[in-house]
Write a protein that binds this ligand. Structure first.
Ligand code: PLP
Length: 389
């Protein structure tokens, strides 16, 4: 018999979304609304820049290791973007290039949280936060966001979740899975809450470019005492999921700690992807607005379908997700998701995959072709209202 596995492996479950994806693959005619990935190809000028960087590999060292914290030109471009967005003075030493915001989160949590500490995460919230926190020997404590409050966290729900061991709060606006974009007052309240309890704010900005209504407010724009770490991704806004590339902004001492942790995790980020990211930051931004406009159009169409069936509850203001209220079925979300695949040929993510407050919802992704989205939503609506297909 082989030696024993590490105890920590028992603390992880596979992402519920991935389980449903695997099941859906067995049915070739399923409409996929479970996947949180843009259905667009990466904009062509970015792909072209990658070709150029690869053709010139000898001079540019495109196929070599990069510095641990990333290519200086990319760190500078990201620093310039963060400075101009939030009116802060960010420089190269405030930016770490990461292998996407998933790695960015891991490096942030590893740098500011000790084993045995607690980290607040949104409920419902992105499924991987739990594993990211537990991988550092810390524990997640969930703060609720409620449909009746537009899925924006209230001070009461934050205060009732915080513990004496809490060291950080993960904030995610625009939010996966709710699509909530937190208004300025809410972000200010979170910032003041974090100050009162002396917490780090780890702001997951993966969807910052996908805002349909209102304005995105980043905690960094309010930070007066260096407690905010922000994680950026090229995956969603630029449709670059497979490149696995993003960057973290942090105050210099935190950045230096995260750069140290990058080495045992990845040594350095992927150099080819860094050339793609540089082209994304330096190139035209119209592609981002065009894709965001498509998601917005699909959101409106999706809400129209829900209204038709009496299932409209709230309007997501950003990201590319929508929670559909299926509480009338009083069925476990995983069971419902499996049944929707087998009987209606539509795949959704069970709300429970995002935390206990996701119960009674399924998440659909708007990053899907419009005709598929409409047909898929009709199938869900028929199930919820229990009419024959
Ligand atoms: N954060 C949130 C809220 C997400 O929804 C996702 C992906 O779905 C990520 C982070 C991971 O993004 P990346 O591809 O940059 O690792």
């Amino acid at each position: 018999m082989s030696p024993k596995l590490a105890d920590r492996t028992a603390e992880f479950e596979r992402s519920g979304i991935r389980q449903i994806m695997d099941l859906a693959l067995a049915y070739p005619d399923v409409i996929h609304l479970e996947i949180g990935e843009p259905n667009f190809v990466t904009p062509s000028h970015i792909l072209e820049a990658v070709h150029v960087a690869l053709k010139d590999a000898d001079r540019l060292k495109t196929t070599k290791y990069s510095p641990s914290a990333g290519l200086p030109a990319l760190r500078d471009a990201a620093a310039e973007r963060v400075s101009s967005l939030y009116g802060v003075e960010a420089g190269r030493d405030n930016i770490l290039v990461t292998q996407g915001s998933t790695a960015g989160l891991t490096l942030a949590v590893a740098s500011v949280v000790d084993p045995g500490s607690d980290v607040m995460i949104p409920d419902p919230g992105w499924a991987s936060y739990v594993a990211i926190v537990r991988a550092q020997g810390a524990r997640e404590v969930r703060y609720r966001t409620r449909q009746e409050l537009g899925f924006v966290p209230s001070l009461e729900d934050l205060e009732s979740a915080v513990t004496p061991r809490t060291r950080a709060i993960i904030v995610n606006s625009p939010n996966n899975p709710t699509g909530a974009v937190y208004p300025r007052e809410a972000v200010e309240a979170i910032y003041q809450f974090a100050r009162r309890h002396d917490l780090w704010i780890i702001s997951d900005e993966s969807y910052e470019q996908l805002v349909f209504d209102g304005t995105h407010v980043s905690p960094l724009s309010l930070d007066t005492d260096g407690r905010v770490i922000q994680l950026y991704s090229f995956s969603k806004g630029y449709a670059m999921t497979g490149f696995r590339i993003g960057y973290n902004y942090a105050p210099e001492p935190v950045l230096a700690a995260m750069a140290k942790f990058q080495e045992p995790y990845a040594l350095c980020p992927n150099t080819v992807s860094q050339y793609a990211a540089l082209a994304a930051l330096k190139g035209p931004q119209q592609c981002v607005s065009d894709m965001a406009a498509s998601y917005r159009r699909r959101r409106d169409v999706a809400l129209g379908v829900l209204r038709e069936y009496g299932l409209y509850r709230y309007t997501p203001a950003g990201a590319f997700y929508l929670l559909v209220d299926v509480s009338s079925l009083e069925e476990d979300g995983y069971q419902l998701a499996r049944r929707l695949i087998a009987e209606r040929r539509v795949a959704v993510s069970p709300g429970e995959a995002f935390g206990p407050s996701g119960k009674g919802f399924v998440r659909v992704s708007l990053a899907t072709a419009e005709d598929q989205l409409v047909e898929g939503l009709r199938r869900i609506a028929l199930e919820v209202t229990r009419k024959a297909a």
